[in-house]
Design a binder for this molecule. Structure first.
Ligand code: PLP
Length: 406
């Protein structure tokens, strides 16, 4: 049986002993007790260690990188190289000598960089690529732009739609296997879905598509929320945003395995690097690893289950995504700490405003889903390590009130 609303499950109460000191490290969270931030998929809050690392850098050795004859400049260049290595260790890179880490402004620019600087030069007339149109539009638009660009140069590339299972919203591996043929060069996938919270089973995609197809992983909603292991996933690119992983906005990374196809050589002159962003990313990855990614995952999944359990007892709400992961009784854990729902009569926009008036910060819109996504808007609650069972109960209390009223 799942726990009733207001009586925390034993697991959450027990693990709260270690969670409270971690939560205490987020000044914006502790400084605003009247506010509950439930929008971490949009952007995450920053722990003191990240803020301190940035302040420390700016007040002790701020300089531009790669062009100096003096200590601060050389120190900055070294910081950037160390941050590249840190991304590799964080991702459990099996072959760091061969792989590349390229800093970008975030996932959107990272995926665009892979499309423009790697995919376009690789593809030949008649090649095929597979694109997940029900995922974030950042993981669809760049591949279509690549197709357009190539078409203008007289190279015809076919874009196939990634198939999804109806119930789970996961990729349909059987249909995917049927789609792959000798002309398939590339498949774009997402690790954790930003609307359904589904863990998209990307570790199965390599077996499905075979050893030669290049796989690009949008890890915007998984890195920083769960352990992410490049060896186990066997993908060729992994792309993520720093601001969603507790670093500053304006920084992100593309990790490239460098095994299949030509080397990844992002082109063009990109100018001065985002040094404070890179410093913050290094500090954030350190913080997350010290906090424990397994624990972060368990904590946020448990909170998500608490919310979906509560919602399942209220008649007015429809939770989107995999029904098998809706309750604590479920033996199938497929949903990360992202829960998206609609009220059957109150518009999602109104619901967003009502929750905001109670100090609850959620996302209420269409969530930038690609063209095969939801038609209607919805409310998304996305959790991180600084959230608590009290946050969920506060939300559920208000939602229960709206359930009775409508
Ligand atoms: N991919 C996914 C799955 C996302 O959730 C997001 C943002 O929410 C993005 C890509 C785009 O990230 P950014 O806006 O940081 O570039």
């Amino acid at each position: 049986m799942s726990a009733p609303i207001g009586s925390p499950s034993r697991e959450i109460t027990d693990s709260g002993i270690w969670q409270a000191p971690l939560r205490a490290q987020f000044p914006i969270v502790t400084g605003h007790p009247d506010v509950t931030y439930l929008d971490s998929s949009a952007t995450s809050q920053k722990p003191r260690a990240v803020l301190d690392a940035v302040q420390d850098y700016l007040t002790t050795s701020n300089a531009n990188a790669g062009r100096g004859t003096y200590t601060w400049a050389n120190h900055t260049t070294a910081l950037i190289e160390r941050a590249r290595e840190r991304v590799k260790t964080f991702l459990r890179d099996p072959d760091p000598e061969r792989s590349e880490v390229h800093f970008t402004s975030g996932t959107t620019e990272g995926l665009r960089t892979v499309a423009r600087d790697w995919l376009v030069p690789c593809l030949r007339d008649g090649d095929e690529i597979i694109v997940p149109f029900a995922d974030h539009q950042a993981n669809a638009a760049p591949w279509l732009e690549a197709q357009d660009l190539l078409a203008r140069r007289g190279t015809a590339v076919t874009v196939r739609e990634m198939p999804y299972e109806q119930d789970s919203r996961d990729y349909d591996q059987r249909a995917l296997a049927a789609l792959v043929n000798e002309r398939t060069r590339f498949v774009a996938v997402t690790h954790v879905h930003h609307v359904y919270g589904a863990d998209m089973n990307v570790h199965r995609v390599r077996d499905t598509v075979g050893p030669d197809v290049v796989i690009c992983l949008d890890a915007a909603q998984s890195i920083g929320h769960k352990p992410v292991d490049m060896d186990a996933l066997d993908v060729d690119f992994a792309v993520f945003s720093g601001h969603k992983t507790m670093a500053l906005p304006g920084i992100g990374a593309v990790w490239a395995r460098g095994e299949r196809g030509p080397a990844f050589q992002p082109g063009g002159w990109s100018g001065s690097p985002n040094t404070t962003g890179i410093v913050s990313l290094h500090a954030a990855l350190d913080w997350l690893e010290n906090a424990g990614l397994d624990r972060i995952e368990r904590w946020t999944v448990d909170l998500g289950v608490r919310l979906t359990d509560g919602l399942s007892r209220l008649g007015s709400y429809q939770v989107l995504g995999c029904p098998l992961s809706l309750t604590a009784d479920s033996t199938v854990q497929r949903r990360q700490g992202i829960v998206t729902f609609r009220h059957r009569r109150i518009s999602s926009n109104d619901l967003g405003f009502i929750l905001a008036s109670h100090g609850l910060m959620v996302r209420a819109d269409g969530h930038c889903q690609g063209r095969a996504g939801e038609r209607d808007t919805s409310v998304r609650v996305s959790l991180h390590i600084y959230n608590t069972p009290d946050d969920i109960d506060r939300l559920l209390d208000i939602l229960a009130g709206l359930d009775r009223e409508s």
